[in-house]
Unconditional design. Structure first.
Lengths: 163, 418
C-alpha cells in the first residue's frame, strides 16, 4: 500500500519534471529569439528578459537532471562497476541512490539558507532574480525526492512514462 | 576524514552519479577549509551569470530536433551522391555525415544511434568488410567534436573562460584534417578489397541536394553568423534551434508539434541536465581546490620534472588520453580544465590551442576502454562485444593518434588565424 503510494508519487513527480523542463526550454527559446529580433531589428534590449533566460537554464538543468535519475542515466565514472557482474551492480544500486538522495538533500538545505540570505538583503532591482533563484532549493529538493522515491519504490517505470 | 574521501572515490568508481560525487567532495572540502557549504551554492549560482550558457540547451535542442527528424537519412543520401562513386566513397560519405551530425548533437552517442543504424546495413550491402564497417562507425561517433557549434567546445569555453568564437575557428582545420586522413584510409582500404564503386550521377546529386538544401544551410547559418560578427554565440543558438524546428515541422514535416515536440524537449532537458548539473556542482569544488593552492602545488611538482614545452605537451597528451579513457568528455572538461589551465599557461601554451588539444585527446578517449562511450553505444547498437569493436576501431585509433600528434605539435594548425 505504502509502496504503491510512493510509486504513484514518483510517476506524478516525473510528469511534473517533464512539464516544467519542456516549458522552461521552449520559453527559453522564445525569449532568446525575441531578444535576437529586438536587438537586431529594433535595437532594443530588456535586462529582465535576460535574467529570466539565464535562470531558465537552471530550470532546464535541474528538471533534466531529475529526469536523468530515472533509468540511471546520469554521467558516471563507472570503470569498476562496468567490470563487475550485473548481480553485484544491482545490489549496489540502492545504496548509491540513497547516497545521492542524501547529498542532494544536504545541497537543498544549504541552497535554502542561501536563498533566505538573499531574500533578506536583495535590493529592489534584483527581486525578479531573487524569485527565479528559488529554483536552487526547489531543484535540489526535487532531485533528492526523486532519488528517495527510486529507493523506496524501486520498480522500473515503463519507458514511455519515464521519458 | 581521509577515510571518507577514499570511500567517496571508491563510490564514484562504483557508479555514483558524478555530480553527487563532486557535490559530496565539495561538502567535504568546505568542511575541511572551515567554510560554510553555502559557498558551494554561491558558486553554482554563478552559472546563472554566464550569458553563453544559454547556447548549450539551444544548440542541443537543434541537434535533437535534427536527430528526431529525417536529418540523418537526408545527409547520408547527399554525401553518398557526392562521394559514393569513389572507391571507399560510402565510407567517406559516412565520415562526413557523422561529423556534420555530431557537431550539432555534441557527440553524446546520438550519432551512432541515429546514423549507425542506417549506415551499417548500407556497408554490408556494399560488401565492405564487417571489421572496417564496425571500426569506422564506432570511431565516427565523435568526429565532429571540433566543428561549430560543438557542445564540448561551448563547455570548454565556459569552464576555461576562453573565447568560444576563437575556439570554433581553431577547431575547423584540425577537424578537417582528421576527416581527410580517415577518408584516405577508407579509399586505400576499399582499393584493397576491389570495392565496386557506383557511377557518379549529376541527377542523383541534384535530387539529393534539393532534399537537403535546408539542412546544409544550418551550419552555414552558424558559421557565417558567428564569424561574420552578425550574431553572438547565444543568438546563433536561438536562431539555429528555431530554424531546425521550422524545417523539420514545416518544410519536411518529419516532426509533429503536438506528439513529437514534447519528447524532443524532454530528451534535450535530460542531456543538458545531466551535463550542466555536473558543471554547477563542480564549480564550487574546483574553486575550493584553487583556494587550497592545489594548481600551484601541481605546477611546482610538474616544474621540478618537466623543463620544456615539448615534454609538457607529451605528458599532457598521455595524461589526457588516460583521462579520456576513464571519464566522459563533459565531466573531464569540468573537472580537469581548471587544474591544467595554469600549467599550460606556465609552458606558454595558448589557451585556444590547449582547448583543441584537450578535446582531440578526449575525442580519442571516446573509443578507448574501459569507459569509451562510443564502444558501449556501438556494442548496444550493433550487438557486438566491446573487444570486437575495440579491435575493429584499432586502425582508426592509430590514425587519430597520428592526428593528435599533428594537432599538438603544430600549433599553426589551430592558431593560423592569429
Amino acid at each position: 500500500m505504502i509502496s504503491d503510494f510512493f510509486y504513484r508519487t514518483r510517476l506524478t513527480l516525473i510528469q511534473l519534471e517533464k512539464f516544467l523542463g519542456a516549458i522552461s526550454l521552449i520559453t527559453l527559446l522564445g525569449i532568446a529569439l525575441l531578444q535576437v529580433i529586438l536587438r537586431n531589428i529594433f535595437e532594443l534590449g530588456f535586462s529582465d528578459m535576460d535574467v529570466v533566460a539565464r535562470h531558465l537554464v537552471l530550470f532546464v538543468t535541474f528538471m533534466g537532471a531529475a529526469l536523468a535519475s530515472e533509468g540511471n542515466r546520469h554521467i558516471k565514472i563507472d570503470c569498476i562497476s562496468s567490470a563487475i557482474k550485473q548481480s553485484y551492480r544491482d545490489k549496489l544500486r540502492r545504496p548509491l541512490i540513497s547516497i545521492s538522495s542524501l547529498v542532494c538533500g544536504i545541497f537543498f538545505w544549504y541552497s535554502l539558507q542561501f536563498w533566505l540570505d538573499e531574500y533578506q538583503y536583495a535590493p529592489d532591482n534584483e527581486q525578479l532574480a531573487l524569485y527565479m533563484a528559488l529554483i536552487l532549493p526547489a531543484g535540489f529538493f526535487v532531485l533528492s525526492l526523486h532519488f528517495f522515491l527510486i529507493v523506496v519504490s524501486p520498480e522500473s517505470i515503463p519507458d514511455e512514462q519515464a521519458g | 576524514m581521509l577515510i571518507l574521501l577514499i570511500c567517496l572515490i571508491i563510490l564514484a568508481l562504483l557508479g555514483l552519479p558524478l555530480f553527487v560525487a563532486l557535490g559530496a567532495g565539495g561538502l567535504y572540502a568546505s568542511v575541511q577549509s572551515d567554510l560554510d557549504p553555502v559557498v558551494l551554492i554561491i558558486e553554482l549560482y554563478r552559472l546563472a551569470n554566464q550569458p553563453n550558457l544559454i547556447s548549450i540547451p539551444l544548440f542541443t535542442l537543434a541537434g535533437m530536433t535534427m536527430a528526431a527528424g529525417g536529418g540523418p537519412k537526408r545527409l547520408i543520401k547527399l554525401f553518398d551522391a557526392l562521394l559514393g562513386w569513389m572507391p571507399g566513397g560510402l565510407a567517406m560519405a559516412a565520415i562526413v555525415s557523422c561529423a556534420f551530425f555530431t557537431a550539432f548533437t555534441g557527440a553524446s552517442g546520438v550519432t551512432i544511434i541515429a546514423l549507425g543504424g542506417l549506415l551499417y546495413p548500407m556497408f554490408m550491402q556494399a560488401n565492405y568488410s564487417e571489421k572496417f564497417s564496425l571500426g569506422l562507425l564506432t570511431s565516427s561517433g565523435s568526429l565532429g567534436l571540433l566543428f561549430p557549434p560543438s557542445l564540448a567546445i561551448l563547455l570548454y569555453g565556459i569552464v576555461s573562460g576562453t573565447s568560444i568564437d576563437e575556439l570554433f575557428l581553431a577547431g575547423i582545420i584540425p577537424g578537417l584534417i582528421l576527416l581527410v586522413l580517415l577518408s584516405l584510409y577508407s579509399y586505400k582500404s576499399a582499393l584493397k578489397w576491389h570495392q565496386p564503386a557506383d557511377d557518379f550521377s549529376w541527377g542523383k546529386l541534384a535530387q539529393a541536394s534539393r532534399e537537403t538544401i535546408w539542412d546544409i544551410f544550418l551550419p552555414i547559418l552558424v558559421i557565417i553568423g558567428i564569424f561574420g560578427g552578425f550574431v553572438t554565440v547565444t543568438e546563433a543558438a536561438a536562431v539555429t534551434a528555431a530554424y531546425a524546428l521550422f524545417i523539420e515541422t514545416v518544410v519536411y514535416k518529419e516532426i509533429k508539434l503536438s506528439s513529437d515536440l514534447p519528447e524532443i524537449l524532454i530528451d534535450t532537458c535530460k542531456l543538458v541536465g545531466s551535463i550542466l548539473i555536473i558543471l554547477g556542482v563542480a564549480m564550487g569544488l574546483t574553486n575550493l581546490l584553487i583556494d587550497t593552492q592545489l594548481p600551484s602545488k601541481l605546477l611546482s611538482l610538474v616544474e621540478s620534472h618537466i623543463t620544456s614545452q615539448l615534454e609538457f605537451l607529451l605528458l599532457l597528451n598521455l595524461f589526457l588520453l588516460v583521462i579520456g579513457a576513464m571519464m566522459d568528455i563533459f565531466s573531464a572538461i569540468v573537472v580537469v580544465v581548471p587544474l591544467i589551465m595554469p600549467l599550460a599557461l606556465r609552458y606558454q601554451i595558448d589557451p585556444v590551442h590547449l582547448g583543441i588539444i584537450f578535446l582531440a585527446n578526449l575525442e580519442i578517449g571516446y573509443m578507448t576502454p574501459p569507459v569509451g562511450i562510443n564502444l558501449f553505444i556501438a556494442s548496444q547498437r550493433f550487438g557486438k562485444s566491446i573487444l570486437t569493436l575495440f579491435q575493429s576501431a584499432m586502425p582508426f585509433l592509430g590514425i587519430m593518434l597520428l592526428w593528435l600528434l599533428m594537432v599538438s605539435y603544430i600549433p599553426a594548425l589551430t592558431l593560423w588565424w592569429k
